[in-house]
Design a protein around this ligand. Structure first.
Ligand code: SF4
Length: 448
């Protein structure tokens, strides 16, 4: 179940409420501080839009704000620590500010967050804007239906060339180490039709690329009796959007149907992010993952058969409880053979109320050592992937960032490509030839 509360603790909040009623909320400025994943990023952007629609004013980057909304993460113990640090820092650096907290950390540990003297308000993401409105006696004007559906629709906008579109929330898998189902609840989604309408809104803003985002997007469709394949087919037809990336998909849900569709698609890019988590079947079983490493390897083969130069990023957790040195070596060699383009390495972090927390833990020093080894392997794999792409043609969507006179963008298969800066190429898809790799590690190119 998702947590939802707007606790008033002590006289501090009462005082702020009284003050707020006397003041004009329209002059109140806000900033949304996001911590965590792409899904959080989409949700933070939506909270900012809702507050703007209600009449609050987005504070400029240079100025401090009257209200800070902190969208928290709880994926590891370290993430929770970073959230607490961010809250304390905001409070210290901004006198008389109102700090409102939402997101996974405050869902899992509401009491802990509420107890922080810096925090004024805690609420679920679907309700935070409305609660802030009430807090400052504003009348919410956004579509309140969003929160009553128990699915907080979200997409990012105005921040990047790309937009993150949330299509699914929650998870029914209950992997032994994960707190996400506790923080975000059961798997659910809105309909393909509603998501297409959101993609159309994003297209109307001139955004060319959408990242299809969710907690377990392969599980899409449980609430509406649809599936991810149908969603992909419908999104392909949205006019104005030229490219989609699939953010992360469980290997057991990445069907041949989806792989074949991506291979044939004009818009869904050959970029896969697939969580492996452990390269050893005993550890996978203990983690309660729903596949073996053989199935994982077979999924990668299917992708490469149709899309030999697809970008494949793989998540791995190192130092899961009871993982032996031999099992880690086994995983290391397995990953070396698989040759993904990138490894997202996560040192195991013990989370309370998970089965893994009760298992025999691997010493920290070993976890750090294993993470380092996989980090080095990742660097080599990533460099090899770039080398394989030298000489290829690519379509690159260039972004606005300018650094040392260069601009950057990503190819279809997620190669970071650089060109001397040219304002007219920002947010344009440009056909280029990939020529060589710079000393900084990005790909240089020439325009075709
Ligand atoms: S699939 Fe497993 S790791 Fe991923 S969100 Fe669900 S429970 Fe967590």
């Amino acid at each position: 179940m998702l947590f939802c509360s707007n606790k008033i603790h002590g006289s501090k909040i009462q005082k702020i409420r009284t003050f707020a009623r006397m003041s004009n909320f329209l002059n109140k400025t806000f900033k949304v501080v996001n911590l965590g994943c792409k899904l959080n990023f989409a949700e933070a952007s939506t909270i900012a839009r809702q507050l703007s629609e209600m009449g609050f004013v987005h504070a400029s980057a240079k100025n401090s704000a009257d209200i800070y909304v902190v969208n928290t993460c709880a994926v590891t113990e370290q993430s929770e620590k970073k959230c607490r640090q961010a809250i304390r820092k905001l409070s210290k650096e901004n006198n008389n500010t109102t700090i409102c907290v939402t997101g996974c950390y405050s869902s899992i540990k509401p009491f802990e967050v509420e107890q922080m003297p810096e925090v004024n308000l805690v609420a679920d993401k679907g309700e935070i804007a409305q609660k802030i409105g009430e807090y400052f006696s504003a009348q919410p004007t956004f579509n309140a239906q969003l929160s009553t559906l128990n699915f907080f629709s979200a997409y990012s906008s105005g921040d990047r060339t790309r937009s993150f579109l949330k299509v699914q929330d929650g998870c029914d898998y209950h992997c032994a180490y994960c707190t996400v189902p506790l923080a975000r609840g059961a798997s659910r989604n809105i309909s393909v039709e509603k998501i297409v309408a959101q993609a159309q809104k994003i297209a109307a803003q001139g955004v060319h690329e959408i990242i299809i985002t969710g907690v377990n997007i392969g599980d899409f469709g449980k609430s509406t009796n649809e599936n991810f394949y149908q969603l992909a087919q419908a999104l392909e037809k949205v006019e104005g959007i030229s490219r989609y990336r699939i953010s992360s998909i469980e290997p057991n849900l990445l069907t041949n149907e989806v792989i074949d569709f991506v291979a044939a698609s004009q818009k869904i890019l050959p970029h896969f992010h697939i969580p492996l988590q452990a390269g050893n079947n005993r550890v996978l079983g203990l983690m309660r993952r729903r596949y073996t490493r053989e199935l994982f390897a077979e999924r990668l083969q299917s992708i490469r058969k149709k899309m030999p130069l697809a970008f494949i990023g793989v998540d791995v957790i190192v130092g899961f409880p009871t993982e032996t040195d031999e099992e880690f070596e086994d995983e290391y060699n397995f990953l070396k053979t698989l040759q993904p383009a990138y490894l997202h390495v996560f040192p195991y972090s013990k989370r309370p109320n998970t089965p893994a927390a009760e298992m025999e833990q691997v010493p920290h020093v070993k976890i750090t050592e294993r993470a380092k080894r996989l980090g080095e392997l990742c660097e080599n794999l990533h460099a090899d992937f770039y080398k394989k792409n030298v000489g290829q043609n690519a379509n690159v969507l260039f972004e606005s960032t300018r650094k040392n006179g260069m601009m950057f963008g990503f190819s279809e298969n997620y190669i970071k490509v650089a060109l001397p800066y040219s304002a007219e190429l920002v947010n344009k898809i440009v056909k280029v030839k990939l020529t060589n790799i710079s000393s900084e590690g990005y790909m240089l190119c020439e325009i075709l």
